[in-house]
Design a protein around this ligand. Structure first.
Ligand SMILES: *Cc1c(COP(=O)(O)O)cnc(C)c1O
Length: 409
């Protein structure tokens, strides 16, 4: 009101009630401390893009830090040095670089090494991630020409070989992050493609996406090729997200041969894709946990490692608490997924609580509770899946669910 009054005194038109209300709403949204409220993730999707992807280790940031400052020399330092030293050590790579996200990593790689030239990609790997990452469009935006080869289900070594011409810059493999093809399928191994690349003087790049970096079998999942294995098999560059299976902050990580990676540093786009200090410090903390062989310090792996029996025990306790509030609920076994564009064909055993009145109204009431709870709706049932709920959140979950359910009845 005050702002409108002052503006009107200065000669601006007087807003009507509707305009005032809209402005007030905008003001409240912009100043609310809960602009990104904490939520309890009861969806059973561990890497949930809408909920911030991987739950990350977040060391608190001091007001100032020696981010790109050499304390010995008292002069400007190298911003990425602490993180690239850890990346090369952990992944066994010659060189590493970090940008804002994996899409940016791909753009930078293509713009540096394939501008105006052809990059060969199998038709079975032309992926779309989350609607806004579409491989053909990213390639066009980076100024590279897509040379599509093979068929959706089958692409052979000879298809790659036949596509190589004088204008070919590289062979690109893209991970099928959010779908899988089964049945009558074929594709060459990375080793075969690397050998072909070596014969024809071409690099092989792998957009690995998920950042799978350790053996997933102890977590009850099928193994996936790790970044380390792809590098050992001769990939010239491997790129992936920081906030998928690495369990870190949003970042795009490139590891590979020194000549390939070092050239990226000199491209002017790199400055436009510089990661934030929060991401860099979180990445260092995450990599330190892996280098110390303590993956369970990373929240994602703590969730993955929770035994099914413990989830069952917690689900039963939650069900008892809600039953005590007069609600007809029951603990049920269910299946969770890793999500976020990783492991599309795999599920994890989990336990949850099935709520009465399995409809959108219950889910909406849960989202309005404090803290908000995002549940899963499955076969018209509302399920609170505990796989992505941290044990210390159980009490809040019980309270929020009890309030939401009693008020929505
Ligand atoms: C997730 C993913 C991307 C996009 O990564 P962002 O970090 O979200 O930019 C690109 N390629 C593949 C194969 C992916 O899985």
């Amino acid at each position: 009101m005050e702002e409108a009054r002052r503006a009107a005194q200065a000669g601006a038109p007087v807003p009507d009630a509707e305009q005032l209300a809209a402005r007030a709403l905008g003001f409240l949204q912009a100043t609310s401390p809960f602009a990104y409220p904490e939520v309890i993730n009861a969806t059973g999707v561990l890497i949930h893009t809408n909920l911030g992807r991987a739950p990350r280790l977040a060391p608190p940031l001091p007001p100032y830090l020696a981010l790109e400052y050499d304390l010995e020399a008292g002069a400007r330092g190298e911003r990425l040095a602490p993180v690239t030293a850890r990346l090369t050590r952990y992944f066994g790579a010659e060189a590493a670089l970090v940008v804002t996200n994996n899409a940016a990593a791909l753009v930078l790689l293509l713009a540096t090494h394939a501008g105006g030239r052809e990059v060969i990609v199998s038709r079975g790997e032309l992926i779309e991630i989350g609607g806004s990452f579409r491989l053909p469009e990213i390639m066009a935006a980076a100024g590279a020409r897509l040379k599509e080869i093979g068929c959706t289900n089958r692409t052979h070594l000879k298809d790659y070989e036949a596509a190589i011409g004088g204008d070919t810059a590289a062979i690109l493999l893209a991970h099928r992050s959010n779908f899988h093809i089964s049945g009558f399928t074929a594709r060459p191994t990375l080793a075969q493609l690397v050998a072909l690349g070596q014969r024809r003087g071409l690099p092989v790049w792998v957009d690995q996406g998920s950042g799978c970096h350790l053996d997933l079998r102890p977590f009850g999942l099928h193994p996936e090729p790790t970044v380390q294995e792809l590098l050992a098999a001769g990939a010239n560059a491997v790129l992936f997200s920081g906030d998928k299976l690495l369990g870190g902050p949003q970042a795009g990580i490139l590891v590979g041969r020194a000549a390939t990676i070092e050239a990226l540093r000199r491209h002017p786009l790199r400055r436009a894709l510089r990661p934030d200090k929060g991401a860099l410090t979180a990445l260092v903390a995450t990599l330190d946990a892996y280098l110390a062989e303590r993956p369970l310090e990373v929240p994602l792996y703590r969730l993955l490692a929770t035994p099914e029996g413990e989830l069952r025990r917690r689900a039963r306790r939650l069900a008892r608490r809600l039953a005590a509030a007069g609600l007809a609920v029951r603990a049920v076994p269910c299946r969770a997924v890793v999500g976020g564009g990783t492991l599309p064909d795999q599920t994890l055993p989990s336990w949850g609580v099935e709520l009465p009145g399995g409809d959108q109204k219950t889910a909406a009431a849960l989202r309005r509770s404090t803290p908000p709870v995002v549940a899963r709706i499955e076969d018209e049932r509302v399920i609170l899946d505990l796989r992505a709920v941290f044990p210390e959140q159980d009490r809040h979950l019980a309270e929020a669910a009890a309030t939401a359910l009693t008020t929505s009845r």
